[in-house]
Design a protein around this ligand. Structure first.
Ligand code: TYM
Length: 343
């Protein structure tokens, strides 16, 4: 059976970038999974979260909040396995084996640790970091753990946003490195499935992606934002001085980002939105966009409120999810250990 795997970090508020770049795509795949006879695995990647310092009490809370959010967005435990990465120890076991087969040079080329460290400490290159900033090994090895996530299940399809492509290319290289080491084509090549809205940009700067780690909350729409917050953030989103609404990623990146968000939320094409709003002022367009966001997020928010009182239910979903994931992970890790000579 083909396997679909994806993960999301339980840190910070889930926002529109996560929703349109990942979660809504997961829900769509879920609808198709039965006829396609696929197994779906969605993981809350708490081990990735601790590659940056986390407050333990906050992490505990955010793991549950992420599980609740995913369920509220339509992730259905009858149709997939939803689980926490740390509850399936095979992820860590495989990660170590792969760590031993990954050249440091491959990781040095990755951009994410540079950005993550650069933001906090101003470092640019591996030399900068090792001399001035103290790069933690876990953050550097992050992509190896991610490779382990997908390879553990021999997953074929990985639905992600554009920012994860580099990591998945590395996962393919690591898979080949392993296959070469054991002289056996054990791991298939994991394939990224990129969402149409592959890159939702910041509301304040169309050159940077919408992100949980941006210190300004004005740059993003969180799934839990109130109607007032949504209206105010969209009103203050940057646009340009060109009249009417048109779609041009290069010349009008800020407007194009808003059109992308609008089209994705309405589940219609960019052309439809442009046609409908070609004569609208920026203000009119923003008002329509804010209304759509409010209407589409309302049922998710209502479900969030309901589920946040059902903690025992959410725990039971995660427990069952981990159990189902281990039914695949355990026999695979046994095979992998045999191939490597550890059994
Ligand atoms: P994370 O938690 O940063 O984000 C979860 C998913 O949301 C997508 N995403 C976006 N898509 C479009 N526009 C944006 N502004 C935006 N921001 C986030 C991400 O591409 C991602 O798909 N390393 C991963 C988690 C992970 C994983 C995995 C994913 C760990 N193991 C194995 C796939 C397979 C991450 O940090 O995602």
């Amino acid at each position: 059976k083909p396997i679909v795997f994806s993960g999301i970090q339980p840190t910070g508020q889930p926002h529109l970038g996560n929703y349109l770049g990942a979660i809504s795509n997961w829900v769509t795949l879920q609808e198709q999974a039965q006829s396609a006879d696929e197994t779906l695995l969605f993981s809350i990647v708490d081990l990735h979260a601790i590659t940056l310092p986390q407050d333990p009490a906050k992490l505990r809370k955010e793991r549950m909040e992420m599980a609740t959010t995913l369920l509220a967005c339509g992730i259905d435990p009858e149709k997939c396995s939803l689980f926490e990465q740390s509850k399936v120890p095979e992820h860590t076991q495989l990660s170590w084996i792969l760590t031993c087969m990954t050249p440091v040079g491959w990781l040095a080329r990755m951009t994410q640790w540079k950005t993550k460290l650069g933001v906090t400490k101003g470092a640019q290159s591996l030399e900068d970091v090792s001399t001035t900033a103290g790069l933690q090994l876990g953050l550097f090895a992050y992509p190896v753990l991610m490779a382990a996530d997908v390879l553990l299940y021999k997953a074929d399809k990985i639905p992600v946003g554009e920012d994860q492509i580099q990591h998945l290319e590395l996962a393919r290289d690591i898979a080949q490195s392993f296959n070469h080491y054991v002289k056996h084509p054990y791991f298939p090549s994991p394939r990224p499935i990129i969402t149409e809205t592959k890159r939702v940009m910041s509301l304040r700067d169309p050159a940077s992606k919408m992100s949980k780690s941006n210190p300004s909350d004005q740059t993003r729409i969180n799934l839990v934002d109130t109607p007032e917050m949504i209206t105010s953030k969209i009103k203050r989103a940057v646009t340009d001085s060109i009249r009417g609404i048109s779609y041009d990623r290069l010349e009008r990146p800020a407007v194009a980002n808003l059109v992308d968000i609008y089209a994705a939320m309405k589940r219609c094409s960019v052309e439809d939105i442009v046609q409908e709003h070609k004569d609208s002022s920026n203000a009119q367009f923003k008002e329509a966009l804010a209304d759509t966001l409010i209407t589409k997020l309302r049922p998710i928010q209502a479900e969030l409120v309901r589920l946040s009182k059902e903690e025992a239910y959410v725990h039971s979903v995660l427990d069952k999810g981990a159990e189902k994931a281990r039914e695949i992970a355990y026999p695979n890790i046994v095979e992998i250990q045999k191939l490597v000579g550890l059994r």
